[in-house]
Design a protein around this ligand. Structure first.
Ligand code: GDP
Ligand code: MG
Length: 236
C-alpha cells in the first residue's frame, strides 16, 4: 500500500490500525512531505509499533503526488510483492474493499476502486454541487480520453506488480491530481486490462482537502495534453 500524506496526523493511526486487520499480508509505505502537523513522526511511531509492516519515506517539503507515488512505487517494486495499491490517507477509502480489489486482479492488470460503477457511492453528506463537480470531472476526462471505465480520477487502485513495473513511468508528467488520470490513461494505451470494483467514498474524517479550484482548472486543460503526449502508443 502506498499512502501519500500531507497533514494527515488525525487520520493515519486509525487507517493503519484498520489495514493491519485486513486478512492479507499487507505492507504499508507512507510517503510524507514533512507535514507540519507531525504526520511523519507519527508514521515512524506506527512503524515501531508494527515491526516490518510500515516503511516511511520522508521528503523535505510538499513536492506533489507524482513524485510521492513514484518514490513509493520504486521502494515497493524493489521488494518481492504481488500487487501495489494506492490509497488516500484520509479514511475516504475503506480498507475492507481491498479484498475484492485484489481478487479482481486475477482477471485484470489494474483495478480501480470506483464510485461510479453500479454499487459505488459518494458520501451522502456531499452537496449536489460537489457531487456534480466530481461526476462531471470524471465524465469529462474519460470521454475525451476514451477510457472504458467509469471512475478515472479515483485514488484507490490496485496494480499487479509486474504491470506497474512494465509502465514507462518516466513519461508521466502531471504532478497534481491529473497524475491519477494520466496513469490510468497510460495503462489503457499500453493495452492493459482495466477493471473496476464499486466502493463507497466517505468524506474525509478530519483535516482539509488539498484540492483547490486552481488545481481543477489546470486538470481540465491538462487532459487535452495527455492525448498528445501518448499519441505514439497504439491501442491494440
Ligand atoms: N506526500 C504528499 N501527499 C499529498 C500531497 N497532496 C495530497 N496528498 C495526499 O493525497 C491524498 C489525497 O488528498 P486529498 O486532499 O484527500 O484529496 P481529495 O480527496 O481529492 O480531496 C491524501 O492522503 C493527502 O494527504 C502532496 O503534495 N504530497
Ligand atoms: Mg480526500
Amino acid at each position: 500500500m502506498i499512502i501519500p500524506t500531507y497533514n494527515e496526523a488525525e487520520n493515519l493511526q486509525e487507517l493503519v490500525s484498520a489495514l493491519i486487520l485486513v486478512p492479507m499480508d499487507v505492507k504499508v509505505i507512507v510517503v510524507d512531505d514533512n507535514s507540519p502537523d507531525g504526520t511523519g513522526e507519527l508514521a515512524e511511531k506506527l512503524s515501531a509499533k508494527y515491526p516490518g509492516k510500515i516503511s516511511v519515506i520522508h521528503r523535505p517539503g510538499k513536492l506533489g503526488l507524482r513524485s510521492a507515488y513514484l518514490s513509493g512505487f520504486k521502494l515497493a517494486l524493489s521488494k518481492e510483492i504481488d500487487a501495489v495499491v494506492q490509497m488516500d490517507a484520509d479514511l475516504s477509502h475503506d480498507p475492507a474493499c481491498l479484498v475484492s480489489m485484489i481478487k479482481k486482479l486475477d482477471t485484470c492488470q489494474v483495478v480501480l476502486g470506483s464510485r461510479y460503477t453500479p454499487g459505488g457511492k459518494l458520501d451522502a453528506s456531499w452537496s449536489i454541487w460537489r457531487k456534480s463537480l466530481s461526476a462531471w470531472g470524471n465524465f469529462y476526462a474519460r470521454t475525451i480520453l476514451d477510457i472504458p471505465i467509469r471512475d478515472v480520477t479515483t485514488g484507490y487502485r490496485a496494480w499487479r506488480a509486474e504491470a506497474l513495473q512494465g509502465l514507462p513511468l518516466e513519461r508521466v508528467q502531471s504532478n497534481g491530481y491529473v497524475f491519477l488520470v494520466e496513469m490510468v490513461y497510460l495503462a489503457h494505451r499500453m493495452g492493459y486490462q482495466l477493471g473496476e470494483v464499486p466502493i463507497y467514498f466517505a468524506d474525509r474524517r478530519f483535516g482539509r482537502s488539498k484540492m483547490s479550484f486552481r488545481i481543477q482548472v489546470e486538470a481540465a486543460l491538462r487532459i487535452w495534453q495527455l492525448l498528445w503526449i501518448y499519441r505514439d502508443l497504439i491501442l491494440k
